[in-house]
Design a protein around this ligand. Structure first.
Ligand SMILES: Nc1ncnc2c1ncn2[C@@H]1O[C@H](COP(=O)(O)OP(=O)(O)OP(=O)(O)O)[C@@H](O)[C@H]1O
Length: 476
């Protein structure tokens, strides 16, 4: 998403912005059909359409240059339209000494006028309606849900590709490459190949993060309230018994995890690379399942019929904040989860404000997540999960890639939260600072469970499981 989207789609910008998305979609379709059905010789009618569009742009205050930049996609059609007068059949006339086909000229004009007006009409819709509102409009117009899902994922995938392309471009330019030059075309072509592979992988991770925040394949629409199953007050926050799991390729990652976490506990999940920590964590909100054993969240079994409620109760903050942030503004990203769980209107706004305030990002709500620093993105990613008001907060490597100050600030935010927390981390001092208790997972089982200070002071245990305190860090 470009910065322009945030600017263009600020709701309530103008009377055009304030129209419901379904009104704008219907108006767009009707306008395009009228343009297409207009006889090509009715030149005056095309002039009227253009005037009407200009009036809409003036009311909506959309800069003309926004359209100019996006009209580039019409270039192949313009080329065809310009060729037709010279290549067309039928009667020919002389224009400035060049022989031009009358029929060809009219056909070229037909393509140019209708194509341009059709494109400008569609762009007007895109300029005044946020992508997710267009999807919502289509849904309200009773478009089949499978098509809405496909459109939503296509939109998200397009954003993923643009994001990856930007990152790869920055990486290439910073290594002395200049993609504008023709002789770099080979490198550009190779880049496009890896772009699609990377985008596919990121798309998978983004989908996981969407599912974790209650995404069921439909855009959240008005009305309704969250269906909340009251947690059993007496039950522990989390009970895991004999949890075993093999990936579809047959790789057995978990061999029987046992763990009980009481309400309000903060527990670090430690272990070497490939120990099974992420696999374990993805079972807590049912993103992974189908293995054997039992997982219960506040007395409610993690099972298909309870998934929505489970995902409301267990909030997972993924390792890479970019997997969690995908909408044009931070606010919209934070609202995504609670809206999926049924919150609307003032209640939703309040929840979003509260979550942004909790992570100290209230002033960044209208910014595009793409324009935030790494530490700020991590805080917004945390807010996207806090906004769902989960009983258990699961954090995967929260301190990864953070500068020392951002790392400390995040610790302060986390320490200020009053909820059950599981934190997967390789950052042992962070575990010590934030979590009084730690479990050590290796080879798909829990090999140690106890006070963090005691575990980290056991140098033999750490060495046996490829864990190491940072240089100069001692626990006596
Ligand atoms: N999609 C998958 N298909 C098959 N095997 C997988 C898949 N994802 C992970 N694994 C394997 O499962 C095991 C546990 O992986 P997992 O990601 O849970 O480890 P981890 O403890 O989180 O590691 P790290 O600290 O490196 O993030 C590893 O051997 C890994 O190679």
């Amino acid at each position: 998403m470009s910065a322009g989207h945030g600017f263009l789609h600020r709701p309530g910008d103008s009377p055009v912005h304030r129209l419901t998305p379904q009104t704008k979609i219907v108006a767009t379709v009707v306008a395009v059909l009228c343009v297409v059905a207009t006889p090509r010789e009715a030149f005056w009618a095309f002039g009227v359409y253009l005037l009407a569009l200009t009036a809409v742009w003036a009311v909506a205050r959309v800069p003309v240059r926004w359209f100019a930049a996006r009209s580039v996609i019409e270039a192949p059609f313009v080329l065809l339209a310009l060729l037709l007068p010279f290549t067309g059949a039928g009667d020919r006339v002389d224009v400035l000494g060049v022989s031009v086909s009358e029929e060809g000229a009219l056909a070229g004009w037909n393509i140019l006028a209708k194509g341009t007006l059709g494109l400008l009409t569609s762009l007007t819709l895109a300029a005044t309606t946020a992508p997710q509102d267009i999807l919502l409009g289509l849904q309200r117009l009773r478009m089949p849900s499978v098509m809405i899902t496909i459109a939503t994922l296509m939109l998200r995938y397009a954003e993923v590709i643009v994001g990856e392309a930007k990152r790869m471009r920055v990486a290439r330019i910073s290594r002395g490459d200049d993609p504008r030059f023709l002789w770099q075309l080979g490198a550009t072509a190779r880049g496009i190949g890896s772009l699609f592979i990377r985008s596919y992988e990121r798309g998978e991770r983004v989908h996981l993060a969407m599912v974790s925040r209650g995404w069921t394949g439909r855009m959240p629409d008005g009305g309704g309230s969250p269906e909340v199953v009251a947690p059993q007050r007496s039950a522990p926050a989390l009970v895991v018994e004999r949890l075993a799991y093999a990936y579809p390729d047959g790789h057995q990652a978990l061999f029987g995890i046992n763990l009980t976490v009481e309400r309000g506990e903060r527990v670090a999940v430690l272990g070497p690379n490939g120990a099974g920590k992420t696999t374990f964590v993805l079972h807590l909100n049912g993103v992974l399942g189908g293995g054997s054993g039992r997982v219960e969240v506040a007395g409610l079994p993690v099972a298909k019929e309870h998934l929505k409620e489970i995902r409301r109760r267990v909030g997972v903050v993924f390792q890479d904040p970019d997997d969690q942030l995908f909408l044009p503004t931070a606010r919209q990203d934070v609202a995504f989860g609670p809206a999926n769980f049924g919150l609307r209107g003032a209640e939703l706004d309040e929840r979003v404000d509260h979550a942004l305030r909790a992570v100290g990002m209230e002033e960044f709500g209208d910014r595009s997540p793409l324009h935030l620093s790494g530490g700020q993105r991590r805080r917004v990613a945390l807010a996207t999960v806090l906004a769902c008001d989960p009983e258990i907060l699961v954090l995967d490597e929260p301190s990864a890639n953070l500068e020392p100050v951002a790392r400390r600030e995040l610790a302060e935010v986390l320490l200020g939260l009053d909820r059950t927390m599981l934190m997967v981390t390789h950052d042992l001092p962070y575990a010590l600072q934030l979590c009084p208790r730690s479990v050590l997972i290796d080879g798909g089982v829990v090999v140690a469970d106890g006070p963090t200070r005691e575990l980290l002071a056991d140098t033999g245990l750490l060495a046996q499981h490829r864990l190491e305190l940072p240089f100069g860090f001692r626990l006596d």
